[in-house]
Design a protein around this ligand. Structure first.
Ligand code: NVA
Length: 309
């Protein structure tokens, strides 16, 4: 049984296949109907959501299926009953489980016991569906992925930083991350990205200072300084992240045709200036739209793999 729990669950060939399928589904939204029936897909949220809920719900419907919203607070996963028992119950009802939660370990437990494919809709550690959508967006703008340089600024220790390291290396990109001390991805993320990059030509490096990180970059990415679950650290974070704010001056150090990315929600004047997110180099609305196309491709891929002998 295949799952999509972290970015390196897809090999480079599989990532390319998913991106090709996403582009096909974007051009012809109803051309794949693997959930015809309709079969149901459980979408479980333990953290706030807008894009993820609507893009999965719309995408599941376009695949012929029925999206089922499971309210995390009511289900009480790990509180009212164990992750393993919830997994066993969900797996008897639905074709796939999509879960946004805190601990990656809980998501792994769900995958171990559900008996159906499980998809990471964001954990503290990874946000792989977002980065598939982002890669689709970069490919649309640049025509290719391999060899491009991506600079990820700010809270590089968050789910998006980790996901960009692994997914970018899988795509053969050069990923530079830059953030304040104490907000860096773990060493194991760089090691894993280097291992993947050895096969794809990609690389992952930590760069001191935002200017060095963005210089000549093709893609500049940032994310909120205060991820969901970190709200009580807001004051301390705001104090140290200032120099990594994606301003027009920083964007000017990137390649002249660089694009600016943000997975949203965005806080203008903090991690990104209004002139950048609302300016001509921003591709954030394409990223948001591409969540649907990318996730449809991921679900179709997993369903296809599930029926292989
Ligand atoms: N790093 C952010 C991503 C939001 C989509 C968070 O976890 O809140």
């Amino acid at each position: 049984m295949r799952h999509f729990l972290r970015d390196d669950d897809l090999t480079p060939e599989e990532q390319a296949r998913v991106l090709d399928l996403a582009a096909e589904l974007k051009a012809a939204p109803f051309s794949a109907r693997p959930l015809e029936g309709p079969r149901s897909v459980a979408m479980v949220f333990d953290k706030p959501t807008l894009r993820t809920q609507v893009s999965f719900a719309a995408g599941i419907a376009e695949l012929g299926g029925s999206p089922m919203l499971v309210e995390g607070r009511l289900a009480g996963i790990g509180v009212r009953e164990s992750v393993e028992d919830v997994a066993r119950v969900l797996g008897r009802q639905v074709a796939l489980v999509v879960w946004r939660t805190f601990a990656q370990a809980d998501l792994e437990l769900m995958a171990e016991h559900a008996g159906v494919p499980v998809v990471n809709a964001l954990t503290d550690e990874f946000h792989p569906c977002q980065v598939v959508a982002d890669l689709l967006t970069v490919r649309e703008r640049k025509g290719t992925l391999a060899g491009l340089t991506v600079a990820f600024l700010g809270d590089t220790a968050c789910n998006m930083g980790n996901s960009w390291l692994l997914a970018g290396a899988t795509a053969g990109m050069h990923v530079r991350v830059s953030g304040p001390e104490g907000y860096q991805p773990g060493r194991e993320m760089f090691e894993r990205a280097a291992e993947i990059g050895a096969g794809t030509g990609g690389s992952a490096t930590s760069v001191d200072g935002p200017v060095a990180a963005v210089t000549g970059a093709d893609v500049v990415v940032t994310d909120t300084w205060v991820s969901m679950g970190k709200e009580d650290e807001e004051a301390a974070r705001t104090e140290v992240f200032g120099p990594w704010s994606l301003t027009p001056e920083l964007m000017a150090a990137a390649a002249p045709d660089a694009i600016a990315m943000h997975c949203l929600p965005a806080y203008r004047g903090k991690e990104i200036a209004a002139e950048v997110i609302d300016g001509p180099q921003s591709v954030v609305w394409d990223e948001a739209e591409n969540r649907r196309h990318a996730q449809k491709a991921v679900l179709a891929f997993l369903l296809d793999e599930a029926v292989r002998p």
